[in-house]
Design a protein around this ligand. Structure first.
Ligand code: KIV
Ligand code: NA
Length: 266
């Protein structure tokens, strides 16, 4: 089997062939996406997508560890990155290390991702110097939804634009091996990509980023969310709806199970 990609290998892709990343939360999805992806993200978006929560804020470390382990078991090529959930890292670098170490030990993932800019730079450096690769996440950071006042595109005004670039630079300079840039006006995606030495992974950012990430359920048409930045590659909701309708019809008509689907006695 192929060896998994590593944080240094991902970092070395700056300015090269674009990095391919999708979210995965379950073993079967990981198995299906792994051959096509450089990285699989066990995103805290699983709060909404898997658990029907109103935001990512209630997501627990237990949830991230359990889903992270499932995705690691279902993949062998992609690097698996697990989101640090809200409340598990912001207090101090020590709190962040304890949470990140738990994620790596319990899931087998090779890196964590955390949201934030300059305020998190010290924490990123603390983790990196202790052997934990960190992916940053700047721009529209969903864990800060209550401060941002909604899921608003960032960088439309000059002050916010400069803050996003400064945040990315702080996280990159602190040693992050890559930085997700989410929900920013396109020129900010370009500016951040030019400003930092490690790869940028865009989502609602820019084609100029060093890679792209999407929530798999969004691009598969499995989750009822259609922001501008999502491209639909499949309509799996319609497939599942059709299959369930056919199954229901067959059960009600007693045409399922058929002769080939029952066990005959000896
Ligand atoms: O949680 C998530 O899925 C993410 C990506 C959208 C970047 O953080
Ligand atoms: Na996330």
């Amino acid at each position: 089997p192929m060896k998994r990609l590593t944080a240094p290998a991902i970092r070395a892709r700056k300015g090269g062939e674009p990095l391919v990343m999708l979210t995965a939360y379950t073993v079967r999805m990981a198995q299906l996406l792994d051959p096509h992806c450089d990285m699989l993200l066990v995103g805290d978006s699983l709060g909404q997508v898997v658990y029907g929560l109103p935001s990512t804020l209630p997501v627990s470390l237990d949830m991230m560890c359990a889903h992270g382990a499932a995705v690691v078991r279902g993949s062998y090529h992609a690097m698996v990155v697990v989101d640090m959930p809200f409340g598990s890292y912001e207090t101090s670098p020590e709190q962040a290390f304890a949470s990140a170490a738990r994620i790596l030990k319990e899931s087998g993932a090779a890196a964590v991702k955390l949201e934030g800019g300059e305020a998190m730079a010290e924490t990123v450096g603390f983790l990196v110097r202790r052997g934990i690769p960190v992916m940053g996440h700047v721009g529209l950071t969903p864990q800060a939804v209550n401060m941002l006042g909604g899921h608003r595109v960032q960088g439309r005004d000059e002050a916010t634009a400069q803050r996003v670039v400064a945040d990315a630079r702080a996280i990159a300079d602190a040693g992050a091996f890559a930085v997700v840039v989410e929900g920013v006006v396109e020129p900010i995606g370009v500016a951040v990509t030019q400003a930092i030495a490690c790869p940028t992974i865009g989502i609602g950012a820019s084609a100029a980023c060093d890679g792209q990430v999407l929530v798999a359920e969004d691009m598969l048409g499995l989750f009822e969310r259609t922001p501008r930045f999502v491209r639909r590659y499949a309509d799996m909701a319609a497939l599942i709806d059709g299959a369930a309708a056919e199954y229901a019809r067959d059960v009600r008509a007693r045409s399922f199970p058929g002769d080939a689907e029952i066990y005959a006695p000896k």
